[in-house]
Ligand binder design. Structure first.
Ligand code: CA
Length: 221
């Protein structure tokens, strides 16, 4: 699993990187926010440990920018600022988890494992239903053997629907799973992604929707 560690305290960063490599992570290190953003954009980074107080560009700005770009990386924010308000602010920016310094190394590892389980890269399964097939490692989708060119959000919606095994998923749940942050425009962005996903999936439309219940794929009708 590819992990980008963003920390400006070199000793801490290098020590952590060594430890995480021994745990099997493919670790890259960035010592400032601008470098972190460039690396995340260029590489297929799946996990990020992001210090909040960074030179060049703050951790907050890095986090916000990645979320605005729709980058699917799972972000664990690391910071000396550990008050409740700080944690809430970090999560609102789009961080997936938050760990105040000083932290216990074993807790950091446990939280990374939890985040890795949440990312599709970690599970590596093939999901199939209604002629649709997705590979959650490659994040590739096809229908009746025809490859689909999906945006990360469309792919996320499709994966959530297939993972539900025919069960309903509400727009709010999709928002939580795929967008990973509360958003004023919430249901509108979900609706838009489902709309374009449907167009790409083609006929017959496999996505069933119902007011108040949400969306599902593959249930007996
Ligand atoms: Ca720092």
């Amino acid at each position: 699993m590819r992990l980008l560690l963003v920390e400006d305290e070199h000793d801490l960063a290098d020590g952590l990187a060594d430890g995480l490599r021994r745990e099997g992570y493919a670790v890259e290190v960035a010592y400032d926010g601008a470098t972190a953003l460039a690396r995340a954009g260029a590489a297929d980074v799946e996990l990020m440990i992001l210090d909040r107080d960074l030179p060049a560009l703050s951790g907050d700005a890095v986090c916000r920018t990645l979320r605005e770009q729709g980058h699917p990386v799972r972000i664990l924010m690391l910071t000396a600022a550990g008050t409740l308000d700080d944690r809430v602010a970090g999560l609102d920016l789009g961080a997936d988890d938050y760990l105040p310094k000083p932290f216990a190394y074993v807790e950091l590892l446990a939280r990374l494992r939890a985040l890795a389980r949440r990312t599709p890269h970690g599970s590596g399964t093939i999901l199939e239903c209604a002629g649709i097939r997705i590979d959650t490692v490659r994040r590739a989708a096809e229908r009746d053997g025809r490859p689909l060119s999906l945006t990360p959000k469309e792919y996320g919606v499709l994966e959530s629907l297939l993972s539900a095994g025919g069960g309903w998923i509400t727009a709010d749940e999709l928002l939580d799973e795929v967008w990973a942050r509360p958003d004023e425009r919430g249901r509108t962005v979900v609706k838009a992604a489902v709309h374009t996903l449907r167009r790409k999936l083609g006929h017959p439309d496999p996505i069933e929707s119902a007011p108040g219940r949400g969306y599902r794929i593959g249930a007996e009708r």
